[in-house]
Design a protein around this ligand. Structure first.
Ligand code: C5P
Length: 261
């Protein structure tokens, strides 16, 4: 019997948990607080991201991976904000310290999961506005048996593979190596969903190289496990650069207008 069968056969009900890596410094956003703690319309990005997860009925636990030296601050911050829209939501939110790379932070989040969790979503704090329908679709695909699921969108831009010019050659024109057919490409978002045993195996077997994996599904692919794509959403974009903050606040303003506030 595999570990997964054992987990499913246990008396406790199967549970879906979310790991939110939020330990990044967010240097590309410019100087200031760690990215997850920057505010959108006065509310920290991380709080928006946690709310996006607790909004899904499929999710019963959220593990937030905080900067290693900032776990207490993140706990206080989360305690200071309502994390769910509905009183009926009883989603537990725990905070653990993170690591040097995103890959290490996710691994530390996985290590904090209780035994009865059989499905795991990994969601970047940097995608605070993902709609609940996208979260539900990913969770449902995992529960229906897919070992790895990623939400993704077709690309607007054509993509070129180049020979990067770095170091003393930085800024020089970069030779184009190839132009992949755009219709075959997808831009990948989060939450990415996994059978727990599969994701843990990927984190145990795929070595940490350089800055580590930026994408959990990519690690699972390297195990030879099939990864599938479900439709992503334009509001699940990653807040990376200053202009993304402007866009995120515009999305929130549109939602508020639509909700009649
Ligand atoms: O830097 P990037 O935008 O790729 O980060 C993606 C996510 O990984 C962010 O939510 C960030 O907080 C998180 N991260 C982390 N630990 C690190 C680096 C990044 O949890 N050491």
């Amino acid at each position: 019997m595999s570990d997964r069968d054992t987990a499913n056969a246990s008396a406790a009900p199967a549970r879906t948990a979310v790991v939110i890596p939020a330990a990044g410094r967010g240097v590309r956003l410019g100087p200031g607080a760690p990215k997850a703690l920057r505010t959108l319309n006065g509310t920290p990005m991380l709080v928006h991201a946690v709310r996006a997860m607790t909004a899904s009925r499929a999710v019963s636990l959220v593990v937030v991976v905080a900067p290693a030296d900032g776990a207490a601050e993140v706990r206080n911050l989360l305690d200071a904000h309502p994390l769910a829209d509905h009183d009926s939501t009883r989603t537990e939110v725990v905070v653990v310290p993170g690591g040097e790379t995103r890959q290490e932070s996710v691994r530390l989040g996985l290590a904090a999961l209780p035994d009865d969790v059989t499905a795991v979503l990994v969601h970047d704090a940097a995608r605070p506005l993902v709609p609940v329908d996208t979260v539900d679709a990913v969770a449902a695909a995992v529960r229906e048996g897919a070992p790895a699921v990623v939400p993704a969108l077709p690309l607007a831009d054509t993509v070129k593979q180049v020979e990067p010019r770095t170091g003393e050659h930085a800024g020089e024109p970069e030779p184009v190596v190839a132009t992949p057919e755009r219709a075959l490409l997808r831009a990948v978002q989060t939450p990415q969903g996994f059978d727990r045993v599969t994701l843990v195996e990927a984190h145990e077997k795929v070595a940490l190289e350089g800055e580590g994996a930026t994408d959990d599904a990519g690690m699972v692919e390297r195990l030879g496990v099939r990864v599938v794509v479900v439709p992503g959403h334009e509001e699940a974009f990653k807040v990376t650069r200053p202009l993304d903050l402007v866009l995120a606040e515009a999305v929130l303003a549109r939602r508020r207008a639509n909700d009649g506030f």
